[in-house]
Write a protein that binds this ligand. Structure first.
Ligand SMILES: Nc1ncnc2c1ncn2[C@@H]1O[C@H](COP(=O)(O)OP(=O)(O)OP(=O)(O)O)[C@@H](O)[C@H]1O
Ligand SMILES: [Mg+2]
Length: 284
């Protein structure tokens, strides 16, 4: 199981929308067993994915039962969602709360490892300590940002700050793959083009190269169809059957998701077989 955290320093950058659409992509295009762990508050990924019954929402007991199933029993092309409320013991309380949260997060990922190929995690904005703990546990991280000066400052902090990717990699999770910054809701206006050049000048090494454009980097346009699909709880791919504009939107999204999926393909999962869950309990 590969684990991907979608995190940012700011709210409203599209973490939940990208996570849900990526979950649909892994399920419908890649035919993978997808697990979404929704640790954001409120649990908007859970609400969106459950809206059209495109995903199975697990409660605590069902999650434990599923964890005992073998690989072969869990069908391909299915999304399962584990909201924070269903994960007993994953709370931030008392002395050493951060260390315990980190240990319990590692434990949780071992428990769910047998029944998913890819696990996507939604979380509170950084520098929330829970998100830092998750960052210290996962295989890879992707950070959507908006094209604005304020967003660039927080993106620089997300990489170089005290709780930034560099520090987390140096001290807590050396194998963390930072897939990169993904400009989201990008519009074809002059102002956005100027902002895009500023971003490239300041943070180009952290952008994701676009294989279709040697001088460009990966970004997600502002697509009305994403907001529409999120509102009804489906993939933009589902909208293409009846909506011509959705076909163009899906082509742009698919090109972007293909690159992200290939990056994730090349990541070595941390939870190698030898480290599989051995029955240890949550740290109380
Ligand atoms: N590329 C996009 N094109 C159009 N709309 C988008 C796009 N990405 C996100 N949105 C819309 O922008 C809004 C904010 O996105 P979303 O809720 O995913 O952000 P978030 O980072 O999860 O926010 P929060 O901090 O509240 O959790 C939503 O209405 C979503 O549907
Ligand atoms: Mg959100």
């Amino acid at each position: 199981m590969k684990t991907l955290l979608i995190a940012a320093e700011k709210g409203g950058t599209g973490r939940t929308a990208l996570l849900c659409q990526l979950a649909h992509y892994f399920c419908l295009v890649r035919r993978l067993r997808v697990l979404v762990i929704d640790l954001a508050d409120p649990a908007c990924s859970t609400v969106s994915l459950a809206r059209a019954s495109k995903a199975v929402v697990l409660d605590g007991e069902r999650a434990v039962v599923l964890a005992g199933e073998s690989h072969a029993n869990t069908p391909k092309g299915r999304i399962q969602v584990l909201p924070a409320r269903a994960i007993h013991g994953l709370t931030l309380e008392g002395a050493d709360a951060g260390a315990r949260y980190h240990a319990n997060m590692r434990h949780l990922l071992r428990v769910v490892e047998p029944f998913a190929d890819v696990c996507l995690i939604d979380c509170p904005p950084l520098p929330d300590i829970r998100t830092v703990c998750i960052e210290a546990t996962v295989d890879a991280m992707l950070s959507p940002i908006l094209l604005s000066q304020e967003a660039f400052d927080s993106a620089a902090d997300l990489i170089n700050g005290a709780h930034g990717v560099r520090n987390v990699r140096a001290k807590l999770n050396p194998s963390l793959r930072f897939i990169g910054l993904l400009p989201n809701m990008v519009e074809r206006t002059l102002l956005q083009q100027i902002q895009a050049r500023v971003l490239q000048a300041r943070l180009s090494v952290w952008l994701i190269p676009d294989p279709k454009n040697p001088n460009g980097y990966l970004h997600m346009p502002r697509l009305e169809e994403i907001a529409k699909a999120q509102a009804v709880g489906v993939s933009v791919l589902d909208l293409t059957r009846t909506d011509h504009a959705a076909r163009m939107a899906w082509l742009a999204m698919r090109a972007c998701f293909d690159v992200i999926a290939r990056q994730l393909d090349s990541v070595e999962p941390r939870l190698a077989d030898g480290q599989a869950f051995n029955g240890e309990a949550f740290h109380a």
